[in-house]
Design a binder for this molecule. Structure first.
Ligand code: KG4
Ligand code: ZN
Length: 343
């Protein structure tokens, strides 16, 4: 089977071609970062308009690189949510129409299922069941993944997501958008322990997170520094922010491993590209004899390869849509998903 994947839920336009036997044949991505930088964040209407212009050329490019004619495709997977509804509609309309024109099934994919399954693209894929830490710009979740479509949510954030905490702190430090990777870079030259920011919920039972207090603490630190703020101080604050987020995520994940007894850990979503987080989680996993799985760096953040891999998994199990609806849902709980064929 060979499948086309389309991602357009936020500010990346991406298309990939995945072959069941030969693996990933092509993955193309256009990031709208430059378009939104001027506004300090994603402007939904601009995102939608740009996807309209980018997606079809990306489809042609991906098929050419994959050496695949459109007629050789066995299905078209597209991100159906959650995300910005206008942005989602562009990819959904294109994906559904292509599938119709080619006479193949369309597979509406849950964006977070894509993130969760991204490690399946690597040489050493994680077995089921496993624990997953999903950390992105919109979500922070600890999930027991029993099988495709069988997800038990152990806990999630009560307010800001981990990526959002990175981004908002970065903004307060005057770093350019998108702030998460910029803050991580700055933190590398910062000293640990100069700023001790709160690690909310870490000492509490359960697996909930809360990151909204962090931005208030950063705001106060910046205010207190006043005119005396300089690069060294900014780096120390960045280090304090990163350490607080990494400690919180690692502490809760370690506890979830201990309580569930699961021996395989998947870490996915944009924040899983963070090196400090990868190192801390690796250490926690090694100490417990747990195997850890990350997507490669470029597949941590939004991409279409993960949509193709999730789409292919569902297609193989008979999970395509048998109607012509263009599915786009701004809100779509991960736990409402079922394995294909299960109602
Ligand atoms: O998964 P993703 O690309 O989009 C969503 O589905 O949200 O995640 C984007 C998030 C942003 O908040 C971004 O700042 C964060 O991931 N991020 C990072 C790093 N790379 C991306 N945060 C910290 N360190 C990084 N290296
Ligand atoms: Zn994402």
């Amino acid at each position: 089977m060979r499948i086309l994947g389309i991602e357009s839920s936020c500010d990346e336009s991406a298309v990939a071609v995945l072959d069941e036997a030969r693996g990933l044949l092509a993955h193309e991505l256009f990031s709208q970062v430059d378009l939104h930088r001027l506004y300090g964040g994603v402007v939904p209407e601009l995102a939608s308009r740009d996807h309209v212009q980018r997606l079809l050329p990306l489809v042609r490019q991906a098929l050419a690189k994959a050496g695949t004619a459109a007629g050789e495709l066995d299905g078209v997977a597209y991100t159906a949510g959650p995300g910005l509804v206008g942005a989602l509609l562009t990819g959904a309309a294109l994906g559904r129409s292509l599938a119709y024109a080619l006479g193949v099934p369309a597979v509406p994919v849950h964006h977070l299922e894509g993130h969760l399954l991204a490690p399946l693209l690597e040489d050493r894929p994680p077995p089921f069941p496993h624990l997953a830490l999903l950390v992105s710009g919109g979500h922070t979740m600890l999930i027991i993944v029993r099988a495709l479509g069988d997800y038990e949510l152990l806990g999630e954030t009560r307010d800001d997501a981990a990526g959002e905490a990175f981004d908002k702190s970065a903004k307060l430090l005057g770093l350019p958008y998108p702030g998460g990777p910029e803050l991580a870079r700055l933190a590398e030259s910062g000293r640990a322990g100069v700023f001790e920011f709160p690690r909310p919920m870490l000492d509490r039972e359960g697996f909930e997170f809360s990151f909204s207090g962090l931005k208030t603490a950063v705001m106060l630190a910046v205010k207190e520094a006043g005119a005396a703020i300089n690069d060294a101080l900014r780096a120390n604050i960045a280090r304090g922010v990163q350490d607080a987020i990494v400690d919180t995520l690692t502490g809760k994940t370690a506890r979830a491993l201990d309580e569930t007894g699961l021996m395989h850990l998947v870490v996915a979503g944009g924040v899983s590209a963070n090196r400090a987080l990868r190192e801390a989680l690796q250490a926690a996993a090694t100490a417990r004899g747990v195997e850890i799985y990350f997507p490669r760096f470029e597949f941590c953040t939004d991409n279409a390869a993960m949509i193709a891999v999730a789409g292919l998994a569902r297609l193989k199990q008979g999970g395509s849509a048998d109607h012509l609806a263009i599915e786009a849902r701004a809100q779509w709980p991960l736990t409402s998903l079922r394995a294909p064929g299960v109602h």
